[in-house]
Structure formats: structure tokens, C-alpha cells
Write a protein that binds this ligand. Sequence first.
Ligand SMILES: Nc1ncnc2c1ncn2[C@@H]1O[C@H](COP(=O)(O)OP(=O)(O)OP(=O)(O)O)[C@@H](O)[C@H]1O
Length: 591
Amino acid sequence: GLTGLLGLIPPPASHTSHSTACKPWPGLSLLLQTFQPETLIVTLSIGHSPTVALLQVYDCLQEFKEKKLVPATTHAQTLSYEVVGILRETPKSPETQELRQILQAPHFKALLSAHDTVAQKDFEPLLPPLPDNIPDSEEAMRIVCLVKNQQPLGATIKRHEMTGDILVARVIHGGLAERSGLLYAGDKLVEVNGVSVEGLDPEQVIHILAMSRGTIRFKVVPGSLMGPFCTYCQVYVRAMTEYWPQEDPTIPCMDARKISDLGTCAGLIPSNHLLKRKQREFWWSQPYQPHTHLKSIILNFSFSSSTYSVPAILCVSDKEEFVGCDQKFFIAGFRRSMRLCRRKSHLRQQHAGVCSASGCLSASGAPYEEVVRYQRRRSDKHRLIVLVGPSGVGVNELRRQLIERNPSHFQSAVPHTTRSKKSYEMDGREYHYVSKETFESLMYGHRMLEYGEYKGHLYGTSVDAVQAVLDEGKICVMDLEPQGIQIARTHELKPYVIFIKPSNISCMKQSRKNAKIITDYFVDMKFKDEDLQEMEDLAQKMETQFGQFFDHVIVNDNLQDACAQLLSAVQKAQEEPQWVPATWVSSDTES
Ligand SMILES: Nc1ncnc2c1ncn2[C@@H]1O[C@H](COP(=O)(O)OP(=O)(O)OP(=O)(O)O)[C@@H](O)[C@H]1O
């Protein structure tokens, strides 16, 4: 069409003859090759001499060079109007007649129309405007389609106590509903497969669901938009014990069962007022009484005293010499008496069965503990770093290496003792020297994180000694027997517990070839195979009994690797969000 239109330009005078009048002017093909036809067409003046037409074309091209060459309706319209104008001026000429025919042709009209449609991008369907007064619930309505094959939906429902709405009570981790990412706890069900659930009992809705095959279509109002009626909020808990649901005869919903791994955190939707009611769907948040199906993780340690005849000490000496005494800085908390006394107190506690049931569960004795993500603010004190591990695994070696790396950043707490100060010692450096009465008042006032007796003297580390390090803006690193973790777990210390685990025995035989241990009686003793075996056994028992308190585990195989891991874990504990008991953080808010 456009080419035809251009072809109608009269040829130059020399070429004008009747036979060539309607043939395209030869120069035109050059023009067409050189320029976009649509920019040319606008300026064509039919009937003018070719030179004038060319000048007009030139002018127009100059003008369009400056413009954005995006086609727009006006261009097409301009073309039509100009052509119509020309037609009016020379209505009788045969060229005009032919042009008129071309313009009327459907394909040319379609071309212009397509051009305008694309240029305006108005090809999307036009929707009627929304009315102003839509109810909020309708606006928030969501259609969710889930394809139910052989598997259950993986969600439970309940009726809201006040509104009577049918709500999604729980979305089971890993189930179909959770994987779809479309249904959430607290969502209100409005319809299931086109059937309104208003006024229905949860059992009736479950029946509809059970009868449904293939795609199930839910109409839901998201719980997040239900304002004050939505009483659900996600709560996370840490499993403080292992649980074998398949051995639990009281479990109401086998599909919902989940083994809780020690120390793992999972989201729940507890609702205290509902606990009073016999709500099947809330069985998982019922206060739990350990009973026969809960495999006891309270192990009775029965070590021979030989376990404790191989304690290791950094400073190979038969005297109570402190580590680093002739170095530029002094590292407290590595004294041999203190370490031997700690081990003795551990032994005594194990034999006395001090680790009670509550010691293995949460502080409240519940099998789970509510946790929250805690991110230490820059202005907050550092978290206490607690290292735990079986005797000889390298807890003190790692602690010493960490402190030596940056003594102005990491520090041990100075322990207390009732023994008298020696001539070369300084009060508050090796120990805080206190009377037996003072020591006991700290003990009974629960201000001692750990304490024990060695050769008739009391030794221990107080909360205040740890606080003193934290108050200086440093990171306090201490080793603790696992029984002491519970005492240290307070909102003021917010301990981050790192378990130092031995590698397997064959690896340790290699790595500990030159390692020296010291006992009450022996100096520079090498590890024997049975020492390594006992270390491994003790580590296993510690993990089973106290694993729920461990925030991080480091296998101490290669010492340098373990050291690097420790440094990174300590940094993460201080700088990255971590799960901590909810009480630590709420106490913060109160204070
Ligand atoms: N990864 C390792 N490779 C080689 N030797 C190691 C490693 N870790 C620790 N050792 C050495 O093992 C010995 C015991 O380590 P350490 O004194 O730190 O044990 P511990 O866990 O503190 O035990 P205890 O609490 O009984 O004193 C030390 O000689 C130490 O240098």
C-alpha cells in the first residue's frame, strides 16, 4: 500500500509521458531504500514536481531525525488527513482516484489500525473499574487449588471460639499444604470445592475434604488480614528431648507426627486458652508429662575413676603454675588445681546422679523450650562463650589459643578459691582469694557457675567474675562441665555453648601422638588407647544428655582447623541472629 502510494508521485518533466505517468518514479526506489517509508509519506504532495516533492521529503526527514521515531496514532492520522487534503485539492486526477481506492482498501485500513494499536499498546482487555465499597474480606479473598493425590493435605483445621470461623489450625512441616506455600495457619476457610463452610463443624469440613479427589479448590481469607480475630502467632520451640511418636499410644494424628530431634527448633501455634479444651488438633501443644513411651535420655553415668585419672593440662607441671606467667599477658582460669577440682566435681555429680530429669529437659521441665531469634545489638554486652567437652579433648588448648590470638578481645574469668595466696600470686589475677564463708555465701546465693573441692580447698567461677569480663566489653570464654550449663543459661549471660567433640579413635591416635596429659599423679603422660576410647564414650554420653543445649559442635581433629572453626563460631554467636530461649529476650524488654 505504502509503496503503491509512493509510486503515484508524478515523474520529472523529462520523463512525463502518458505511458510512464502511473509507473513508479525511478528515484523513488532509492528513496525507499534509504529512508523509512512512513517518514516519507507524510510529506508527499501529489501533483507537485518531483524536485519539490524531494525537497519536502528532505525537510521532513530533517525534522524527523530529531524526533523519536516511535510510531503513534497521530502519524497514521496525519497521513490520512494529508492524503485526504491532497485528494480534495485535486479530486479529478486519475492518480487521486487510484490513491482514494488504495486508502479505502481493507488491507490499508487494517495496516493503519494495527499500527495505531501497537503504537498505543492498548491491546490489553479493558476491565470495568472496581466499585468503591468492596468489603475488606471480599477484597482479601484468595482462591487456592491443591492437587491431592494419594497423600494427605498436611493441614489441620479448627473452629474459632469467638467467631465460629473455620480456620487452618496447623500446616504440617513438609506436607502438601506447606509445600504449596498457599495455605497458612490462621487462614479462614470460606469455601471448599464451591461448598460454603459457614456454620459447618470442622468434622463436616474434614468429611468434604476426605471425599474430594484430585484438585481441591479452597476460598480463603488470609489469616494475616483477619486483624484482631486472628489469635495465632508463630512460636518456635526447641526440642529438649527426643520423642518417638510411633511409640506414643496417645497421639491423635499419626500423619502429623514428627520425631523431635534434640535441640532442633520448629514452629508451633500454641494457644493457651485452647489447652484447657480437649482440642485434638492442638495435641502437640499440650503440656507434656514424660511417660513410658518417652525413651529416657537420662543416662546413669557409671565411669570408673580411671576416666578421671587421665586429665590433661596445658602447663605440664606438677606444681600449680599458671599458664603464661612469663608471657606479656596473663591468662587466668587455667590453673591446674582449678581444672582438677572441676573434674572431681564432675565425677562426684555423675556418681551422685545429680543430673536429674529436669536437667535433661528445659529449665521448666518441659520437653520443649520456646525460643526466639536473637541478634545482639552493638551496644549489648557480648554473649558468654562456653566450651564443653570430655576431658582431654582439647577444650583448654582451644580456649588458650583463642585468647592468645587476641587477648584484648577474649578473656577468661578469674576463678575464686579458699586456699591462701602464694608469694608470687596476685589477688584477682590467678584467683580471687576469699574465705570459706564468702565462698559459701556465693554458692548458696547461686552466684557460682561451678565449684568444687580439691585437696581441701574450694575452687569455682562466679557469675560476677564472668560479668566483670563482659563489662569490659570483652568476650568471656570459659570451659564448663555440662552440668553447669543450666546454671549459666540466664538472660544476663546469654551463653553460647560450643561442644568440642573428639574425632574417631584412629584419627586421634595420629593427631594425639605427641599430646601430653597430666593427672593428680602423673606428669607428661601420653594418651593410651583406653583414654581415647573413654573420651569417645564420654563425648557420646554428653551429646545424648546435654545435646539440646549445644549451639555449635566442633570436631577437634586438626588443631588449627578446630581453632579456625572456633573463632568463626564465636564471631557468629556475637554478630549473627541465633535461637535463644524466649525468656532471655523478654527479660530484656522488661528491664
Ligand atoms: N587437635 C589436637 N591435636 C593434637 N593435640 C591436641 C589437639 N587438641 C588438644 N591436643 C592436646 O591434647 C592435650 C589435652 O588437651 P587439653 O588440655 O586442652 O584437654 P582438655 O579438654 O582441656 O582436658 P581437661 O579438661 O581434662 O584438662 C594437650 O596436650 C593438647 O595440646
